[in-house]
Design a protein around this ligand. Structure first.
Ligand SMILES: Cc1cc2nc3c(=O)[nH]c(=O)nc-3n(C[C@H](O)[C@H](O)[C@H](O)COP(=O)(O)OP(=O)(O)OC[C@H]3O[C@@H](n4cnc5c(N)ncnc54)[C@H](O)[C@@H]3O)c2cc1C
Ligand code: SF4
Length: 324
């Protein structure tokens, strides 16, 4: 680990000042709980000249039912998220995903916004400065070769946040405030399939809130991940499933994945199961559908083929459990 570098710390108490500061200082970065950012700074991966601590902004910290559903501020901690009554009752996979992040101390400080804006991860990137320097860095940071797919010009670092897929199965939207004002957009539009630039946020944009729709409140859901250390670890693969049935046939069915691509993704083709019974054969098909769309690369110590098998198995199991 490196020593903390010299940087100027700002602690605005409102969104407008935070966004203005970020826009004024091209080398500035937002920091919320700091549970990922500070590790990256100590590893020399991030070298901010200015850090904008957003934890004094009260407006980011509430979970409130509004006319359209549930508003979750970006500054809400994962601990609060997992124990909120509305979340537990109406959007259970979201609480389950928050409980699955790292360990209890990370959940105390880590925020919803930080989790959704988490940098992508790779075995060749999340290393100390001397390790990366000895290996000539890589495309994602200061180098010119991808060690996962040498010869290519793409980065396959995996998005490894736990909370995003649980929000995606509910069709969550997000509020973003930037130099050009406030806008709302689907959470899916926050991400792109590029490990080097997986967020579509413009310089100076801040994610301020997540909205879960009222129409889907109470729709049954689950989230589960596979990880090396059960007590504290990023997902090697994770799946969220939301399933409604009329007791026999499927009424609504969505699956979303994490850690098997540079972005959290909704599995395509699950609507084909609406009106069908979830027999053993249908569940096996779902497992294969998921495996085909997961494209893990050699970005962890665990082999891609294993992560692909696991993510299919997780989605199948959760679907079967929700089908009762
Ligand atoms: C040992 C260890 C294990 C971990 N295991 C997991 C795990 O299992 N699952 C998991 O999901 N995460 C894991 N993490 C990562 C991290 O703890 C969580 O993802 C946490 O939720 C990050 O939130 P934070 O508020 O601390 O983010 P920060 O570290 O403060 O920020 C993370 C990133 O988000 C940006 N950011 C923060 N808030 C905003 C905002 N409102 N708008 C725009 N950008 C913003 C920051 O600039 C930074 O780039 C782990 C970390 C460690 C050190
Ligand atoms: S996938 Fe390649 S470019 Fe991306 S972080 Fe890993 S080694 Fe670097």
């Amino acid at each position: 680990m490196e020593f903390m570098p010299d940087f100027k710390l700002h602690r605005p108490d409102n969104i407008e000042d935070a966004v203005r500061l970020r826009a004024e200082e091209p080398d500035a970065l937002f920091v919320a709980g700091g549970t990922d950012m500070i590790v990256n700074v100590r590893r020399g991966i991030e070298q901010p000249k200015h850090l904008i601590d957003i934890t004094a902004i009260e407006e980011l910290k509430s979970i409130l039912p509004d006319g359209d559903g549930l508003h979750i501020g970006a500054g809400v901690s994962l601990k609060e998220l997992q124990s909120d009554e509305d979340v537990l009752r109406d959007y259970p996979a979201v609480a389950e995903a928050a409980r699955a992040v790292a360990g209890p101390t990370h959940q105390e400080y880590g925020t919803v916004g930080g989790n959704l804006c988490l940098d992508t991860r790779c075995l060749f990137y999340n290393q100390s400065e001397w390790w990366r320097q000895s290996n000539d860095y890589c495309l994602k940071e200061r180098g010119d070769t991808c060690h996962v797919a040498p010869g290519g010009k793409r980065c396959f670092a995996a998005f490894s946040g736990d909370v995003a897929p649980s929000l995606l199965v509910y069709g969550a939207e997000i509020d973003v405030v930037g130099p050009n004002g406030r806008r709302r957009m689907p959470l899916t539009d926050l991400y792109r399939n590029d490990g080097m630039a997986h967020l579509t946020l413009e310089a100076g944009d801040m994610l301020t809130a997540v909205h879960l729709p009222k129409a889907l409140a109470g729709s049954p859901s689950r989230y589960e991940k596979a990880r090396v250390r059960g007590s504290i670890d990023f997902p090697l693969a994770g799946a969220a499933v939301r399933l409604e049935t009329d007791g026999k046939t499927v009424k609504d069915f969505v699956v979303a994945l994490t850690a098997v691509n540079p972005y959290p993704q909704i599995v395509k083709g699950t609507d084909a199961y609406v009106g069908r019974e979830l027999t053993g054969e249908a569940l096996d098909e779902i497992r294969e559908l998921v495996r085909k769309q997961a494209k893990p690369m050699r970005t962890t110590t665990v082999a891609p083929w294993y992560r692909r098998r696991v993510v299919g198995a997780l989605a199948r199991r959760l679907t079967e459990e929700l089908a009762g």
